[in-house]
Ligand binder design. Structure first.
Ligand code: PAP
Length: 322
């Protein structure tokens, strides 16, 4: 983006004309079928009118809490691994992840970039640029949809996504407020009300686009990445045009980006993100498949499984939800 474009007027947003829902006691506004906080929506509109994509940009995309941080770390490590050199394999000193949370390097367009007024000048960034978005496919800027830039999406089973979101959003509550009732969070999720939700429509949009255009959109699943990390890391690197030459390199990237390593880095134990003020540690929790069992009653499980079955029916997508 040229700096002159920073002056482009932001589209006028008349919030009080939009459908409104209270989500975790926070107002969410509906725009073209998806739910947003006011400042995310405003940033999304600025992004749509101002972002100038490059054909070699890489856009990572996800709903909330489906593996964004892991994917950011992996894409960054794959794209930058030539900087480490063979002699640095398994050495941490050249690793940007030691100095900053992955979100510092791969910024979320509608959370970190376009919420600033004016937004930072991303045209100065070296190619290939890496960005992330939580926006649904339909709400991406046309410039991204019409370009050949690569998009990598990560999805996760809905029950673990909800539990992960519940733990994360509780960090934003005061001790007087206490944890938000899980039953209410569950009902919102089932109704489709969540940041950038409905969850299923978000996932299905990217899934359908990835089927239409597999060279351009890679669809990953958190559970598969856990089950076969090295296999999926290789697939990601090949998709990004940076295939691995040696098995050792794959192991190195998988190790650099592992939850165990990132969680225990000083920056992630004690750092705070400069955009929202969240502690970096809140982005690294258990990373377990099936953690939903710690929160769901059998009735909740049956209800969300049935919603999932109906939503995914006929799509060919399996979200490992059973
Ligand atoms: P975001 O969308 O707000 O950026 P995101 O990174 O998608 O959040 O979600 C965090 C989840 O990914 C956490 O899952 P949990 O609550 O079930 O534990 C977090 O533990 C997990 N996570 C973060 N980094 C990694 C990693 N390197 N490997 C595996 N899981 C990870």
């Amino acid at each position: 983006m040229d700096s002159s474009e920073n002056d482009v007027a932001r589209p006028l947003l008349v919030l009080d004309q939009l459908p409104l829902e209270s989500y975790w006691d926070i107002p969410l506004y509906q725009w073209n079928g998806f739910w947003y906080r006011a400042y995310h929506l405003e940033a999304a509109l600025a992004l749509r009118s101002q972002f100038k994509v490059r054909p070699d940009d890489i856009i990572l995309a996800s709903p909330m809490k489906t593996g964004t941080t892991w994917l950011k770390a992996l894409a960054l490590s794959i794209m930058r691994r030539h900087c480490y050199g063979d002699e640095n394999i398994h050495r941490a000193d050249e690793d940007p992840l030691v100095k900053n949370h992955p979100a510092f390097y791969v910024q979320t367009l509608e959370v970190q970039v376009f919420t600033a007024k004016p937004p930072p000048d991303v045209s100065a960034m070296q190619s290939p640029r890496l960005f992330h978005t939580h926006l649904p496919y339909s709400e991406l800027p046309d410039s991204i949809k019409e370009s050949n830039c690569k998009i990598v999406y990560i999805a996760r089973n809905p029950k673990d996504t909800l539990v992960s979101t519940w733990h994360f959003l509780n960090h934003l509550r005061t001790s007087e407020q206490g944890p938000y009732p899980f039953e209410k969070a569950f009902e919102c999720f089932c109704k489709g009300v969540s940041h950038f939700g409905p969850f299923f429509e978000h996932v299905l949009q990217y899934w359908k686009e990835s089927l239409k255009n597999p060279e351009r959109i890679l669809f990953l699943k958190y559970e598969e990445l856990k089950r076969d990390t090295k296999g999926k890391v290789k697939e990601l690197a090949s998709f990004l045009g940076r295939p691995f030459a040696k098995e050792e390199e794959v192991e190195d990237v998988a190790w650099r980006c592992s939850l165990e390593r990132l969680k225990n880095l000083e920056v992630n134990k004690n750092g705070v993100d400069p955009w929202v003020g969240m502690r970096n540690s809140t982005f690294f929790r258990k990373g377990e498949v099936g953690d939903w069992k710690s929160m769901f009653t059998p009735e909740m499980r049956d209800k969300l499984d049935e919603i999932t079955r109906l939503k995914l029916e006929g799509s060919g997508l399996n979200l490992d939800y059973m």
